[in-house]
Design a protein around this ligand. Structure first.
Ligand SMILES: *Cc1c(COP(=O)(O)O)cnc(C)c1O
Length: 425
């Protein structure tokens, strides 16, 4: 089906309806003056060309209006989040009422756990994946401590089986079932940052609900990568960052999802601040918290408009490309990368690695993780010198993410050629 040739790759690109989106992004330059081969959109996405003007517009409104920019100007800051909500909801398969953009990811995880990790009696445990992203581990650890529990007792980690790298769905479901009276919260990433495994969000949510637990997800590596359907899958809550696949710049704002059944209920507990207060009464500055309906009622602080302006400019591109189109291309492109990598291993005896990301497209997004042997760093450095930006994770994993928004089949082909040139020192 695939061929390792430049003609084949160019033919694929020629037929790719999303190919023109590459033109909307700025690529770093390699020392030879050419654009780098950028395969790091899972870590920090590239800058949309439109970001600069988006930022300038807000600076302009600030200079022109001062404080009155909250109500004047092109996009009044008073309810700035509303300019982003529909697009953000589209990316994660949510109803707009269920989504708001605010704060940053780990902060939001804490706020969501304040609402949805409510241990009672025997039901106080959290099930999560072993080897989760460190921030998630620390967030969960401090949450259980905050409620007076010990990590080792209150957190159940699901591990891969011996000799395996990914976690089997059946093992997750079985473990949830076997602790049916103790679990308060089932908390997983959408796509595992290290292995690239896409968890079965729908099945895990169902299993959690079946035992009376809440299901929450960290979609840092899933948002803008996978076409998730948070509302239809009945997920209770989720949060994600905007700077990985969503291309909104370093450390930028996060999005949250709270299912309609929870977020439209003013009784759902939340830690409150003035920006989530009922909007038409927000500036009356009265005592007694009345939330804005929906996820917007979880906002705390007034909107960081500069970051949100950049995020909006990127979300507009996602809206134009369409998350389903992106996912369809992503599956094809990642399959091509897998094909090229396997071809390279066969042809170049100096290279050895194992792809630990699942082989099935339904269980992965736009990332393949290569578990290398002791010479992996040499290979990685070779690629870096050739102008490839990928990602090295200690102790010996190379992560490569061909993102459908701005990577091409020819990019993947060229990566393969560079690997073929590699010689062990
Ligand atoms: C990238 C990432 C984070 C980063 O959290 P910030 O609060 O944005 O610094 C957290 N969790 C996961 C799973 C991630 O992949």
């Amino acid at each position: 089906m695939f061929i390792n040739s430049v003609e084949f790759a160019r033919e694929k690109d020629y037929k790719d309806e999303l190919m023109s989106f590459k033109e909307e992004f700025l690529f770093p330059q390699h020392t030879d003056g050419n654009p780098v081969l950028y395969f790091c959109g899972n870590s920090l996405g590239l800058q949309p060309k439109s970001a600069e003007n988006a930022l300038k517009n807000e600076l302009e409104d600030w200079s022109k209006w001062g404080v009155e920019g909250h109500f004047q100007g092109k996009k009044p800051w008073f309810h700035y989040h509303k300019f982003l909500t529909d697009y953000a909801a589209e990316v994660v398969g949510a109803n707009p009422i269920e989504v708001v953009v605010m704060n940053q990811l780990t902060v939001n995880l804490h706020l969501l756990m304040a609402s949805f990790y409510q241990p009672k009696g025997n039901r106080y445990k959290i099930i999560m994946e072993a080897g989760a992203f460190p921030s998630d581990m620390y967030a969960v650890e401090s949450q259980v401590n905050f409620h007076g529990y010990d990590y080792d007792d209150a957190v159940i980690e699901v591990k891969p089986r011996d000799g395996e790298h990914c976690i089997r769905t059946e093992d997750i479901l079985k473990l949830i079932e076997s602790h049916r009276d103790e679990i308060a919260l089932v908390f997983f990433s959408g796509v595992q940052y290290y292995t690239g495994q896409l968890f079965d969000i729908k099945l895990i949510t169902e299993a959690a609900h079946k035992i009376g637990a809440i299901a929450g997800f960290d979609l840092a590596h899933a948002a803008g990568n996978i076409n998730v359907k948070l509302h239809d899958w009945n997920v209770d809550f989720a949060a994600w960052c905007s700077y990985k696949y969503l291309n909104s710049g370093p450390g930028n704002v996060s999005g949250i999802f709270i299912h309609e059944k929870h977020c439209t209920n003013p009784e759902t507990f939340r830690l409150a601040g003035w920006w989530g207060y009922k909007e038409d009464k927000r500036f009356l500055m009265e005592r007694g918290y009345i939330p804005e309906p929906g996820a917007a009622g979880w906002q705390m602080s007034n909107a960081p408009v500069f970051g949100m302006a950049v995020h909006l400019s990127s979300l507009e591109i996602f809206h134009n490309a369409g998350i389903d189109n992106l996912r369809a291309k992503s599956i094809d492109l990642t399959n091509y990368l897998e094909f090229i990598l396997n071809d390279v291993i066969e042809k170049n005896n100096d290279i050895s690695f194992q792809i630990i990301t699942p082989g099935n497209s339904d269980e992965r997004g736009a990332q393949l993780s290569l578990l290398t042997d002791k010479n992996g760093k040499q290979l990685f450095d070779h690629l870096t010198n050739k102008g490839v930006i990928a990602d090295w994770r200690e102790s010996n994993v190379i992560r490569i993410a061909p993102t459908p928004m701005y990577n091409s089949f020819e990019d993947v082909y060229r990566l393969g050629q560079m690997m073929l040139e590699f010689k062990l020192k």
